[in-house]
Design a protein around this ligand. Structure first.
Ligand code: ZN
Length: 261
């Protein structure tokens, strides 16, 4: 009898657990924007990124919707998405820009790689420059090269558990002027080590501050400098960083941490 009761209780608990679990998944929805008509190396990166993040949906933990149409960037269209990912592009038209700004000002999440933060004298979108920490694209290395990175904060949820330094695979590193680090509302988490200078064979970055991963603390956002060419997802340390950054943006939603529900 005792064993019968034990199994009966165990069975009941398992059923209850299964019911709770089935109500939790998928926990959140992501909308990833990418372009197939930009620089071929940026397309190659997006192809790898889509596979990497799609693999993370295994078990229906979250929904990853993808689009190559930037006109899908509308306020009603983003309503159900916890985070907008920009793999190799950024908003262009005024309507896209207005929708993105409102989405972010209303607590939306943003996870952007590499060229997603690109701006120059022709961009003419001061809000976006400000959103990204005030830096204008200044210079880059060429060809793509690996680089030693320094983890600035080993306690932040994005960088916790990383080594103090690591070698990142091939990338075209973007440097910004002024450095976003100069802004009080920018928290830099990873920086290109000065040990790399001079960095480049054709185009050379000789010196200067080069933040790699940062967040503007006025928004729920994170930017990662990586994103040029295939092979960016072949390094376990860097993959850990990508996933932790992704999880942090999702978890920081003011509506509540979906991982604790
Ligand atoms: Zn690039």
């Amino acid at each position: 009898m005792k064993f019968g009761l034990f199994y009966c209780i165990l069975f009941t608990l398992l059923i209850a657990q299964a019911r709770i679990s089935s109500g939790q998944f998928p926990r959140f929805k992501i909308l990833a924007f990418y372009s197939s008509t930009v620089e071929p190396d940026h397309v190659a990166f997006a192809t790898d990124a889509l596979k990497f993040f799609r693999d993370l949906t295994s078990g229906n933990g979250f929904v990853l919707d993808t689009t190559s149409n930037m006109d899908d960037l509308t306020l009603p269209g983003l309503k159900d998405y916890s985070v907008v990912m920009m793999l190799n592009d950024f908003p262009h038209s005024q309507a896209q820009r207005d929708a993105f700004r409102k989405y972010m000002e209303n607590g939306g999440g943003w996870y952007g790689f590499h060229v997603a933060a690109y701006n120059d004298k022709d961009t003419r979108w001061p809000w976006y420059v400000d959103f990204l920490g005030g830096g204008v694209f200044y210079r880059n290395n060429w060809p793509v090269l690996p680089a030693k990175l320094i983890v600035d904060d080993l306690k932040h949820p994005v960088t916790k558990g990383l080594p103090e330094t690591f070698i990142s695979p091939l990338n075209e590193w973007y440097q910004w002027k002024p450095s976003p680090r100069e802004r009080k509302n920018v928290k830099v988490l990873v920086t290109l080590s000065a040990d790399n200078y001079p960095l480049g064979l054709k185009d050379i970055i000789p010196d200067g501050d080069l933040p790699v991963v940062w967040t503007n603390t006025d928004y729920r956002m994170i930017y990662l400098n990586m994103g040029h060419g295939a092979g960016s997802f072949g390094d376990a340390t860097q993959n850990k960083l990508f996933i932790a950054a992704f999880r942090w943006v999702v978890a920081s939603d003011k509506k509540g941490n979906v991982f604790e529900k």
